[in-house]
Design a binder for this molecule. Structure first.
Ligand code: MN3
Length: 207
């Protein structure tokens, strides 16, 4: 059961002007596809874990044989991270969350402005490639903001990602060049808060 590239749930230009169509096309059809293809290639040498779904594979990364573990971290993480990224963005995005996730943000960060500052700062200060994440911590029952290098999935730390923003240069360089902070400011306008709320509800329910 090989892993497959998900279909982007909107057109390449749906996130304009915040994320340009060319970036969306290359990012989803070339970068994400390469992670999926390289994950499947790596798993040819790991038949015992080849049938695990992607989230289970990352949560149970220590079951992956040493010879292919780093390839699974890189490419399995890349696959899961990007699948989430496409889901939690969408046309007519932005604004502020409502409901349970809004309450959880207020509890963990004080208010929405402080929350956004924290996520942006984590993205700006991630040296080199990586992601700024908002995760549900099952141990505390609270949301947390973390930054991670490369494609390292928060699932490997027992944390459940509910929102993440890709700060690899391939995510923004065509439109924003070196201005990562400008990309992060604009990125909030793409967030599909209904999708984030669904991720939060599922994480809290242990799914
Ligand atoms: Mn990327």
């Amino acid at each position: 059961m090989p892993h497959t590239l998900p279909t982007l749930p909107y057109a390449f230009d749906a996130l304009e002007p915040h994320i340009d169509a060319k970036t969306m096309e290359i990012h989803s059809q070339k970068h994400h596809k390469a992670y999926v293809d390289n994950l499947n290639k790596a798993l040819e040498s790991a038949p015992d874990v080849a049938n695990l779904d992607i989230a289970t594979l990352l949560r149970e990364i220590n079951k992956v044989p040493a010879g292919v573990k780093q390839a699974v971290i890189n490419n399995g993480g890349g696959h899961h991270n990007h699948a989430l990224f496409w889901e939690i963005m969408g046309p007519n995005g932005g604004g502020e969350p409502t409901g349970a996730v809004a309450d959880a943000i207020k509890e963990a960060f004080g208010d929405f402005a402080k929350f956004k500052d924290t996520v942006k700062n984590n993205g700006v200060t991630q040296f080199g490639s990586g992601w700024s994440w908002v995760v549900y911590n099952p141990a505390s029952g609270k949301l947390e903001a973390v930054k991670k290098p490369n494609q390292d999935s928060p699932l490997m730390d027992g944390l459940v990602p509910v929102l993440g923003v890709d700060v690899w240069e391939h995510a923004y360089y065509l439109k924003y060049q070196n201005l990562r902070a400008s990309y992060l400011d604009a990125w909030w306008n793409t967030v599909n808060w209904k999708a984030v709320e669904a991720k939060y509800a599922a994480a809290k329910a242990g799914k």
